[in-house]
Design a protein around this ligand. Structure first.
Ligand SMILES: Cc1cc2nc3c(=O)[nH]c(=O)nc-3n(C[C@H](O)[C@H](O)[C@H](O)COP(=O)(O)OP(=O)(O)OC[C@H]3O[C@@H](n4cnc5c(N)ncnc54)[C@H](O)[C@@H]3O)c2cc1C
Length: 582
């Protein structure tokens, strides 16, 4: 049943605010404009579009986990990367700069209306609250450059805007995470005067290079073992900078030699090998819920890891083999094919020193202190310590609870949901540090699909989540949001209770599926974390819209091998229009 009683034509004239101009914000704006919304305003704290892929964040040697054909939208083809032209994944691998150029081109083509961008740059949202009388949303903004770019600026660049509807596209994990005790101020207090930089400040890494050149051979210490830590260490080592990576465990690096073709990479095969909360096809039921299928699935994942180690000739005794298990974890990097200038090769050669099975707990005047009490000298320190939810800063606890965006959840309540899939047997026990990770003040809930579902305040939509081809996923989600605003016929939970229960199941699933990750504690991921199951998750959204899913086609033999591409979404506007007509 449609939730809105507002005339769609009037609704389209009302202002609608999108917070964020990363890939999610850009495609949402384009879909809303195409649907006839006449006053779409995008607020972006950066000076350029692209979010993670904005000009100030990508550096020349930055590779994405993606190949050509991913990270794009249906309305605009992406130029093949300059690095290669062939069909093999290695040749069509995207660099950060490729995605950056694409997002800028997309903005210039679709988001500049009457010669003026609909994006208000350098405009940081400080807080979102319900409007007076529980109507609409008050959005406190400031000029993030300190210059008077905001209309009606009152001197400090602060002002409150009001919108009937908002869409939050601030990136689930776009806020830099700095563990307590590792802040720059803590380094200064300890007497360390070299640069302390978060990996998100990509260009700040140049300071580390300069500082290393000034110091007499002291290494740059990189804290963390994820993809950013690995990429940055490799970048520094390739610049001839001595580098030491300190962490508990490094993330797995997926490579294959020869590389998989782009078509296979973009097919449903990898998504079928990862169990989903609900197994919908016979293939999934076989792979994850039969004795033989469960064994086969695990074997395939093990052989992918083994093949990656073999591709880099990593000896059995190497600490590089002490990686997180790909099957059970959300964190691993996709290297494509082995490259001699990449992290595994440089670490194997000793050009990147490793200090594993430990944590950095603080600083001293010459570098970092480990939890063992050992001291590690450093010329500069790079904190590749990840990202956290961007919501904490814009929704305060009361607001989030009030609008039903988040709700306290008793983790034990999640244990009533269980899955006895054969591929999930022998799950690793959660590390002690997971349970000791402080609980966020807000436990996640109330998010079922990419939207906000409080019955009395349905004018705020948000969505995030992790998906492998975010170009495809975000485009489907943008149609979902527009459809929801316009009150089109959709499959929605019948009641608040149903929606809550659905979200609880999702949360329980994420906790079961990724036992060694704290990601389920992150409010902006908790409603849905499709990860490799992104294609099925997008299919679910299409089905919510009563539109055909599994659009890549094929017959009973070929369907799993057909590439899933953004082009197949090009007709969604027309399909929705026809559906409205019907
Ligand atoms: C280091 C790193 C590497 C990654 N590598 C890959 C990869 O290889 N492949 C892949 O598919 N994904 C990768 N990702 C995931 C990445 O998040 C997505 O690719 C994608 O950028 C998400 O798009 P988004 O629009 O949701 O968020 P983002 O790209 O994070 O964009 C967020 C936008 O919101 C704006 N914003 C945030 N807070 C505010 C505020 N308070 N006020 C105003 N504006 C605000 C930002 O300025 C930005 O414009 C990576 C992420 C990180 C952090």
């Amino acid at each position: 049943m449609a939730w809105t009683s507002v005339d769609p034509e009037r609704l389209k004239r009302e202002p609608i605010c999108i917070i964020g101009a990363g890939p999610a914000g850009l495609i949402t704006a384009q879909v809303l404009l195409n649907d006839g919304f006449q006053n779409v305003q995008v607020l972006c704290k950066d000076a350029t579009v692209g979010g993670v892929w904005a000009k100030g964040r990508v550096y020349p040697s930055m590779y994405t986990n993606n190949v050509h054909g991913e990270l794009r939208f249906s309305a605009l083809p992406m130029t093949r990367p300059s690095s290669g032209r062939g069909p093999a994944a290695a040749e069509s691998r995207l660099k950060g700069t490729d995605v950056c150029s694409y997002m800028e081109e997309f903005h210039d083509k679709f988001l500049v209306v009457d010669g003026k961008s609909i994006v208000q740059f350098n405009t940081e949202v400080l807080r979102v609250q319900r409007g007076g009388g529980d109507i609409g949303w008050n959005v406190d903004v400031r000029d993030s450059m300190g210059s008077p770019t905001l209309e009606g600026d009152e001197g400090k660049g602060l002002k409150t805007l009001h919108f009937p509807r908002i869409v939050v596209c601030t990136g689930g994990t776009s806020a830099m995470n700095i563990p307590s005790g590792l802040e720059s101020a803590a380094a200064l207090r300890a007497g360390f005067t070299g640069p302390v930089i978060h990996s998100g400040d990509s260009w700040g890494i140049m300071d580390a290079v300069q500082e290393a050149a000034r110091s007499s051979g002291k290494p740059v210490v990189v804290v963390g073992g994820g993809k950013s830590a690995q990429d940055i260490s490799a970048y520094l080592a390739n610049q001839g900078v001595p580098v030491k990576l300190v962490c508990n465990q490094v993330d797995m690096f997926l490579v294959s030699n020869p590389s998989f073709s782009s078509d296979i990479r973009q097919s449903r095969i990898s998504t079928l090998l990862a169990p989903r909360r609900d197994l919908n096809t016979l293939t999934e039921l076989f792979l994850h819920n039969t004795w033989l299928g469960g064994k086969l699935t695990k074997k395939i994942w093990e052989s992918l890891a083994e093949q990656s180690f073999a591709a880099y000739n990593i000896p059995n005794s190497s600490p590089l083999r002490n990686t997180r298990t790909m099957f059970w974890d959300v964190r691993y990097g996709d290297e494509g094919v082995p490259r001699e200038d990449s992290f595994p090769a440089l670490a194997r050669e000793g050009k990147i020193k490793l200090e594993l099975s430990t944590h950095v707990s603080g600083y001293y005047e010459d570098g970092t202190v480990l939890d063992t009490g050992e001291k590690v000298e450093a010329s500069a320190i790079i904190l590749a310590t990840g990202y956290k939810s961007s919501w904490d800063s814009i929704f305060d606890g009361d607001t989030a609870n009030d609008i039903g965006l988040t709700q306290l959840v008793d983790p034990e309540d999640l244990d009533r949901h269980t899955w006895d899939y054969t591929s999930l047997r022998n799950a690793p026990k959660a590390d002690a540090w997971i349970s000791s990770t402080p609980d966020p003040s807000l436990w996640p809930l109330q998010r079922h699909r990419p939207r906000k579902i409080h019955p009395t305040s349905r004018h705020c939509s948000e969505w995030s989540g992790r998906a492998v081809n975010i170009g495809y996923s975000w485009e489907v989600a943008a149609h979902w949001i527009s459809s929801y605003f316009l009150g089109e016929k959709m499959r929605l939970p019948e009641s608040m209770e149903d929606a809550t229960e659905e979200t609880m199941r999702n949360l329980a699933w994420i906790k079961t599926r990724f036992p060694n990750s704290t990601i389920w504690k992150n409010p902006s991921y908790a409603s849905s974390l499709p990860q490799l199951g992104w294609i099925q998750a997008a299919d679910d959204l299409l089905e919510d819209l009563h539109l055909p899913s599994m659009r890549s086609g094929g017959n009973w033999l070929t369907w799993a091998f057909r590439p899933v591409r953004s082009e197949e979404l090009a007709t969604l506007h027309e399909e929705r229009r026809q559906k409205r007509g019907n």
